[in-house]
Design a protein around this ligand. Structure first.
Ligand SMILES: Nc1ncnc2c1ncn2[C@@H]1O[C@H](COP(=O)(O)OP(=O)(O)OP(=O)(O)O)[C@@H](O)[C@H]1O
Ligand SMILES: [Mg+2]
Length: 288
């Protein structure tokens, strides 16, 4: 029919513009700034709720994070960006208790009297410390319906009746999920499943939310939806959010604070908006 309807490939960019992970890592290390603990405290309004101090952590005997400091205030959001393998997910793992911490500490709490949760197991993180972790993938129960998946958010916290109420609130807010509430989660599209995973955090009702790559694999419409839910969680529900996001533009645009992580160390830290304007960050992580 139409002779000019030819495939042009997935996107139009030239291969020359693709930088390897190694090159990004090297160049990012070159732009690394000296970051004082006091700078991080200032970004957290000098009133941090989560504090990581000189954290050395990794897997088995292998150290991935080399003396990491981090500070986030209550109801603030922090976005971690950096090259693949920099250790971004490892930071979330360390906060949640999924890996080995060799030295340093993870503390949470308001005011100077913080609780040391460095050695709290992942199993007790939600109940005892109010921390929920939204995994990069596959945290829905495929054989359960959408509503059962939401209720599970409450069972994890031993609070089934409140969970049902909270689930109804989610359905009121998100008609897309409401329309599928009796469907098994396995028939949802990838994007719908992501919405389910993230909105389940509203049912779990944690104080702190760790989110690994909320927008991964989603089309723009769903990315916006996901960030809407995160916005709701932070600004209306008062949650403190630490997220990792490959889509640095979205992540830094959303978050109050951004950290650039390179090879297990902080390279740059600043307000999200300032990092968006930072030419080095732009060149390496914002695609321009
Ligand atoms: N479960 C694990 N066991 C052993 N090594 C691991 C494990 N998870 C991650 N690593 C290693 O730790 C390093 C940091 O990985 P991490 O997943 O934190 O990187 P990342 O910054 O999240 O990267 P990406 O952007 O690719 O998700 C990598 O070298 C990785 O191979
Ligand atoms: Mg990761």
């Amino acid at each position: 029919m139409s002779g000019n309807k030819r495939s042009t490939g997935y996107h139009g960019g030239s291969v020359d513009t693709v930088i390897s992970v190694e090159a990004v890592t090297r160049q990012a290390a070159e732009i690394a700034q000296k970051i004082e603990a006091s700078d991080l405290m200032a970004l957290a309004n000098d009133d941090p709720y989560i504090v990581l101090e000189d954290l050395h952590a990794g897997y088995g005997q292998m150290e991935i994070l080399h003396g990491l400091n981090l500070a986030v205030a209550r109801k603030q959001s922090l976005c971690l960006i950096g090259p693949n393998g920099a250790g971004k997910s490892t930071i979330l793992h360390a906060i949640f208790g999924f890996n080995n911490i060799f030295s340093g500490s993870v503390k949470i709490g308001d005011g100077p009297q913080k609780r040391d949760i460095t050695n709290l197991t992942a199993q007790s993180k939600l109940k005892q410390a109010g921390i929920a972790y939204i995994l990069q993938d596959k945290s829905v129960f495929p054989g359960m319906t959408v509503e059962e998946n939401l209720w599970m958010g409450g069972f994890l916290k031993d609070n089934p009746s409140q969970a049902k109420e909270a689930a109804e609130k989610v359905f009121e807010k998100y008609p897309r999920l409401a329309a599928r509430r009796k469907h098994q989660a396995k028939v949802l599209s990838g994007g719908e499943r992501r919405l389910l995973e993230i909105s389940r955090a509203l049912v779990m009702n944690p104080e702190i939310l760790l989110v690994d790559e909320p927008s991964i694999g989603l089309e723009p419409r769903f990315i916006d939806k996901v960030f809407e839910i995160l916005y709701d969680l932070q600004h209306n529900e008062g949650k403190t959010i630490v997220m990792v996001e490959q889509n640095a533009k979205k992540g830094l645009g959303f978050a109050d604070i951004g950290y650039v992580l390179v090879s297990g160390e902080l390279a740059i830290a600043g307000k999200g908006d300032d990092l968006l304007e930072n030419p080095d960050v732009g060149r390496l992580f914002l695609g321009g």
